[in-house]
Design a protein around this ligand. Structure first.
Ligand code: NAD
Length: 293
């Protein structure tokens, strides 16, 4: 089976290599020379353009920075994809552009799926990503062998756009919960409560959550968390801000009430504007605490 893969960056690069390892023939395209070279070194056949990458492909996958870029790439490549082929977007994008992409694919006789991921670059390399998919059951069933070669947990969330909706809602929880945990550690410091004591209690109590037990924003309690590594990402604050902005655009469009999502977006905007967008998002603790962890 031939796969056309467009967007061979931090996530798409290792995902394409895992498809090669699983025995798929991968035709790849990116605009950045370093991304192309790394993919070629791992067995991806390079194409000179996006259209060339999708020519003759049974399945096309895109992994791109944003909704507008994804839609413009789809507008370029969809006419060059063979009728009946499956086209999957794994980028994190806004609901509007996601739905427009599905409509474009349907009008060209293609089967399409939105399948954003969580698990970060580590998950992309280790082929342990979580995929949340939106589209028809047929599209999901056809995508399964490919998604299984790149990830571990696959959930069919519903029709077109449901994968992006799940991704946006999940990451809004993550952004809010990281701030909640950081505020609690900041308050504990001021109250003279040790960080380990708060961790020991909250990790076994109703304050328990992933931001605390897996990704603890203060150094010490969870040795593998970025707080113990100078807040090197991990998951950069700029990417968290991107996802929170998507949540607010979706919330506004749908008429939902998300005041804590809005507050989290404002806090990550301030972090980004202070030049800290490249730090891990858990470094929000230092900003809230007003100094070094
Ligand atoms: P990245 O910037 O490393 O990769 C994107 C790639 O797309 C780049 O190599 C870029 O050159 C390429 N590209 C841009 N425009 C193109 C075009 N017109 N034609 C061909 N290639 C083009 O970003 P990434 O970290 O790989 O993230 C990709 C997507 O995955 C984003 O939507 C991001 O939000 C999402 N995501 C990232 C992470 C993470 O931890 N990095 C985790 C989950 C989801």
């Amino acid at each position: 089976m031939t796969v056309g893969f467009i967007g061979l960056g931090n996530m798409g690069g290792p995902m394409a290599l895992n498809l090669v390892k699983a025995g798929f023939r991968v035709q790849g395209f990116d605009m950045v020379p370093a991304a192309k070279e790394a993919a070629q070194g791992g067995g991806v056949t390079l194409a000179a353009t996006g259209r060339e990458a999708v020519a003759g492909a049974d399945v096309v996958i895109t992994m791109l920075p944003s909704g507008p870029i994804m839609l413009s790439v789809w507008q370029d490549i969809v006419p060059a994809v063979g009728k009946g082929a499956l086209i999957i977007d794994c980028s994190t994008v806004d609901i509007d552009n996601c739905r427009k992409a599905h409509e474009l694919a349907a009008s060209a006789g293609l089967v399409s799926l939105d399948a954003p991921v969580s698990g970060g670059v580590g998950g992309a390399v280790a082929a342990t990503l979580t995929f949340m998919a939106g589209g028809s059951t047929e599209a999901f069933e056809r995508a399964k062998p490919l998604l299984s070669a790149m990830g571990k947990n696959l959930t069919h969330c519903g029709d077109a756009g449901a994968g992006q909706a799940a991704k946006i809602c999940n990451n809004m929880i993550l952004g809010i919960s990281m701030i909640a945990v950081s505020e609690a550690f900041g308050l504990a410091d001021k109250l003279g409560l040790s960080r380990q004591a708060l961790f020991d209690v909250a990790s076994k109590s109703s304050g328990q959550c992933w931001s605390l037990t897996t990704y603890c924003p203060v150094p010490g309690p969870v040795p593998t968390s970025p707080a113990n590594n100078g807040y090197k990402p991990g998951f950069a604050a700029a990417l968290m801000l991107k996802d929170l902005r998507l949540s607010q655009a979706a919330s506004e469009g749908a008429g939902a009430q998300t005041p804590l999502g809005a507050a989290a977006t404002a806090l990550y905007e301030a972090m980004d504007q202070a030049g800290e967008g490249g730090r891990d998002f858990s470094a929000i603790f230092e900003r809230l605490a007003g100094g070094q962890a």
